[in-house]
Design a protein around this ligand. Structure first.
Ligand SMILES: Cc1cc2nc3c(=O)[nH]c(=O)nc-3n(C[C@H](O)[C@H](O)[C@H](O)COP(=O)(O)OP(=O)(O)OC[C@H]3O[C@@H](n4cnc5c(N)ncnc54)[C@H](O)[C@@H]3O)c2cc1C
Ligand code: SF4
Length: 485
């Protein structure tokens, strides 16, 4: 522990953000350089707890008190070594993780948590700057060929782990570029794509073969895949969006959020769109249906593309700003979250049920009809939605984006060809990442359902560990513990 009184001396502080009205003029990240001494002071706030709840809450098991201490000592290389032992891509989690570690930080009981996520980002950025992030070298190859299908964070982490353990890894992606939702879901203002490209170069130089524009299950059949490789890891994500099949769903102007976000991510990357394909929001009233991360990304993107107004509606009631009495630390708090996109200007409404999409001309969306609802506790402590009488109204809008989650992975094609068992929710069923078909593994959103980047990385690592154990036995995992688990 660098400074016993650090948490008393220094308040939690993060670098300032560019003002909202300036940052919506571009798609770049918008944090300003940190003030002098910020990192040394913020790392000094860590109490090096005997029972570090931050570590327990991190799906990767990041050894947080130790890298905080190393930062405080100015030993950045050591901090990088500690961080990269458990996290393949701190440059992603350091930018876009909701940071369950911070929610569980002991300081968060009665004060503000340590700025763990920002310290993580600072460590990895320093490591890239100093040239410490190097491609894996002199790997003792074991001759076992593995295909990893799907190149989001789960596939990337799995491929990275297996490569370092000596496997001959081919990472397949049906899109034209590697990265999954990191590239085509999450906008640049949260994660600039050069950050992904930088990592891809390191992974390729370390020996991972990456094949893009290959839709496995169509361009390469499931049986060919099993024949060609000794093992297969499926990391294709939960790509089927939840629909809202109400009246007017097929009107022009109603889209899935991902149709909008993918198009705009491609636009920011320099791809040119035809006018007909362009989902134009300039000077339009935009409605985002769904209050989560995907919805917030639609808000920030629509603001940058000069929407006249942006409204985000949510079916559930407005959460409290502070934890309720039965919502206890160190659990993830069920409180109101305000993202940087919300700060940029958005009308947020809660407890609203969308009844139908409306078109004044019968073709183009002109509004959505909603009713207000309340949530009442039912017999079995479950919450029941009740419509409020006479609350029906039409909110004018010309564009509506459905951001109400994803239901399961795509079954047509590869999953059906392999005949994999699915769980009740339609995700790939596994036992410790092993699917119902021998030598086929699954990880990430395809296995656990729609989740988070940090979970995808953790699952990719764990699937690699399960595969390695099947080829080389339990002992091999213990020997390579820092790599594999
Ligand atoms: C808009 C949006 C914003 C989000 N923001 C955040 C955030 O801020 N923080 C956070 O932690 N999480 C966020 N998430 C969630 C997070 O992005 C996902 O949980 C994570 O990306 C899942 O990783 P994955 O590798 O399992 O799948 P994905 O990232 O979905 O990647 C799967 C990849 O597999 C490919 N694929 C699928 N089938 C095949 C096939 N047959 N052949 C070849 N390739 C195939 C797909 O094209 C895709 O590239 C967000 C999600 C969305 C949609
Ligand atoms: S819980 Fe918070 S204060 Fe305690 S070790 Fe973790 S980061 Fe430091």
């Amino acid at each position: 522990m660098g400074d016993k009184k650090g948490f008393q001396k220094y308040p939690r502080e993060l670098p300032s953000k560019e003002a909202a009205n300036h940052r919506i003029a571009h798609f770049k990240e918008f944090y300003l350089p940190p003030q002098k001494n910020l990192l040394s002071q913020q790392s000094a706030r860590c109490m090096d707890c005997g029972v570090p709840f931050c570590h327990q809450a991190c799906p990767l098991g990041n050894i947080i008190p130790d890298f905080n201490e190393a930062v405080h000592q100015g030993n950045w290389k050591r901090a990088y070594q500690i961080l990269s032992a458990t996290n393949n891509f701190p440059e992603f989690t350091g930018r876009i993780c909701p940071a369950p570690c911070e929610a569980s930080c002991v300081l968060n009981i009665n004060s503000d948590p340590v700025t763990i996520e920002y310290l993580e980002k600072s460590i990895i950025e320093r490591a890239f700057k100093e040239g410490w992030v190097q491609a894996a070298k002199n790997i003792d190859r074991n001759g076992i060929a593995v295909a990893v299908v799907g190149s989001g964070p789960a596939g990337m982490a799995c491929a990275d782990q297996l490569n370092q353990m000596g496997y001959l890894v081919t990472l397949y992606e049906r899109n034209d570029k590697i990265g999954g939702l990191l590239r085509y879901g999450i906008p640049d203002f949260k994660l600039e794509k050069n950050i992904i490209d930088r990592r891809i170069e390191v992974m390729k130089a370390g020996g991972i073969s990456m094949l893009t524009s290959v839709n496995v299950g169509y361009d390469l059949q499931g049986d060919e895949l099993l024949e060609k490789y000794d093992a297969v890891v499926l990391t294709g994500g939960a790509t089927i969006p939840r629909d809202l099949p109400i009246k007017g769903r097929s009107l022009k102007g109603v889209y899935f959020a991902m149709d909008f976000l993918e198009q705009k991510n491609r636009m920011v990357a320099g791809e040119v769109l035809s006018e007909a394909a362009n989902i134009d929001v300039a000077d339009k009233h935009v409605m985002v249906i769904g209050g989560g991360d995907t919805g917030a990304d639609c808000v920030g993107t629509a603001k940058r593309l000069k929407a006249k107004s942006v409204t985000q509606i949510e079916l559930l009631s407005k959460p409290p700003t502070l934890r309720k009495a039965d919502d206890l630390w160190p659990n993830w708090p069920m409180v109101l979250r305000t993202s940087s996109s919300h700060e940029e200007g958005c009308d947020r409404q809660w407890a609203m049920l969308t009844k139908k999409f409306v078109a004044a001309d019968g073709v183009h969306l002109s509004g959505i009809e909603i009713v207000n609802v309340t949530w009442k506790k039912g017999e079995h402590q479950n919450h029941k939605m009740v419509e409020i009488p006479n609350s029906k109204k039409v909110i004018p809008c010309e564009r509506a984006f459905l951001a109400i989650g994803f239901v399961h992975p795509q079954k047509e094609g590869l999953l059906n060809q392999l005949g994999l068992a699915l769980d009740q929710r339609g995700n790939v069923a596994t036992q410790d990442y092993r699917t119902s078909v021998a030598k086929v593994y699954a990880a990430g959103d395809m296995r656990r359902g729609q989740s988070l980047v940090v979970w995808a990385i953790a699952e990719g690592r764990q699937a690699a560990a399960a595969l390695h154990q099947d080829f080389f036995g339990k002992e091999s995992i213990r020997q390579g513990a820092m790599l594999a688990v």
